[in-house]
Design a protein around this ligand. Structure first.
Ligand SMILES: [Zn+2]
Ligand SMILES: [Zn+2]
Length: 89
C-alpha cells in the first residue's frame, strides 16, 4: 500500500481501476490511502499524485459534497470528511 506522494497533507490524485478501467481524479488524495471504484467496490491506489496548487480555490467548490466519503479510505480511517480540518488553515 504505497503511493507516489508520501507527504502528510492531502494532494491531487489520479486513480484508475484495474478491473473496469474507470478513471477518476480527486483533490482529497492522501499518501498510502486509496479510493474505491464505484462499480467494482475495490480499493484503488492513485497511480499519479501531485501537490494541490490552489487548495483554497478548490475548497470553495464545496469539496465535501463532491468528495465520495464512502469510497475514500482516508475518510473511513478518520470516520469523518478527510479534507475539512485542512481547509481551515
Ligand atoms: Zn472498477
Ligand atoms: Zn476522503
Amino acid at each position: 500500500m504505497s503511493t507516489p506522494y508520501q507527504g502528510k497533507r492531502r494532494c491531487f490524485g489520479e486513480y484508475r481501476c484495474t478491473q473496469c478501467n474507470r478513471s477518476w481524479m480527486s483533490a482529497n488524495s492522501w499518501a498510502n490511502y486509496g479510493q474505491e471504484c464505484t462499480s467494482c467496490k475495490i480499493n484503488v491506489m492513485p497511480h499519479k499524485q501531485r501537490p494541490l496548487l490552489k487548495p483554497d480555490g478548490l475548497d470553495k467548490s464545496d469539496p465535501e459534497k463532491s468528495h465520495p466519503r464512502e469510497l475514500c479510505q482516508k475518510c473511513k480511517a478518520l470516520g469523518r470528511f478527510c479534507g475539512s480540518s485542512y481547509s481551515r488553515f
